[in-house]
Write a protein that binds this ligand. Structure first.
Ligand code: ZN
Length: 281
């Protein structure tokens, strides 16, 4: 099952989460959650009874993105934190539509005859957290720098990588180092920076670091501009168009947009990489 789906199911990354968060902010602030249905209790950090009693009657204030997490701020100092795991989506439906209880993990019923269906295949979470406790949350509290924040300067990236002897790809994917990059956008980030994914992080020159810093910003911003990545959706179900703009990602056998060499698919640790063998040595 996992093998069959692994081709089609990806984990939403920062651009996908930004797109979804923006669309949620267009329709959810000011709405009140009037009830919830939990079809998979293990995605919660509380019992179903406690979750439903705490969430019922809460007003949604605003939605924020942090790494691969979506943080919906509620009144009464609560935060509803979503991690969409693999193949996750949050879609708005009319109240009369019937969710499939085997597919939709949690359904939130809203006061405007709408409902939110929260779905993922694996590894997703729907956590209700006191806003003062969010820095103690096991995953959110340990997230690294947000790459589209002003904090993420070229110097910050240099500091992050200095003394790191492992491969560059591993650090860029480590959520405790930089939050939000996954195995889709990393492909074009490394290609733009002309870095081989196996390159040791502490061998990067100042020019390499500047190129990598730019590559991270450009690639993530392109992902947002094109509405997110493969099989990722905003709250209305519009699919991301970034795959139409891939540079090397998922383009095995096709020409590199820069030098026309044939793009290769290689194994790097436990992940797949797509590289131009001439640009990324
Ligand atoms: Zn090339």
């Amino acid at each position: 099952m996992i093998r069959a789906w692994s081709v089609f199911v990806a984990m939403p990354e920062l651009p996908d989460i930004v797109v979804l968060t923006r669309s949620m902010n267009e329709v959810l602030p000011g709405r009140t959650i009037i009830d919830a249905t939990v079809n998979q209790p293990k995605v919660l950090n509380k019992t179903v009874e406690v979750f439903i009693s705490l969430i019922t009657g809460r007003k949604i204030m605003q939605i924020r993105q942090r790494g691969k997490w979506i943080l919906a701020e509620l009144d009464k100092n609560l935060v509803l934190a979503f991690n969409l795991g693999m193949g996750g989506e949050i879609i708005l439906h009319a109240a009369e539509e019937k969710p499939d209880p085997k597919k939709e993990r949690v359904v939130l019923h809203l006061d405007n005859s709408k409902q939110l269906w929260i779905h993922f295949w694996w590894f997703g979470h729907v956590h209700l957290i006191e806003s003062t406790e969010i820095h103690c949350h096991k995953q959110i509290g340990n997230l690294g720098v947000e790459p589209l924040s002003t904090e993420f300067s070229r110097g910050k990236l240099s500091d992050i990588l200095s003394g790191r002897r492992g491969r560059i790809k591993s650090y860029l994917l480590d959520q405790r180092v930089i939050a939000g990059i996954g195995n889709v956008y990393i492909q074009d980030i490394l290609w733009r920076a002309r870095l081989h994914p196996e390159r040791k992080a502490n061998t990067l020159s100042d020019i390499d670091i500047s190129l990598l810093h730019q590559a991270i910003l450009v690639t993530l911003q392109e992902g947002i501009r094109y509405g997110g990545g493969p099989k990722e959706h905003d709250i209305w179900g519009n699919e991301g168009r970034y795959p139409e703009h891939y540079q090397v990602a998922y383009r095995t056998g096709k020409p590199c947009p820069r030098c026309q060499s044939i793009i290769e698919k290689i194994r790097v640790g436990s992940t797949t990489s797509y590289i131009c063998p001439r640009c990324q040595t």
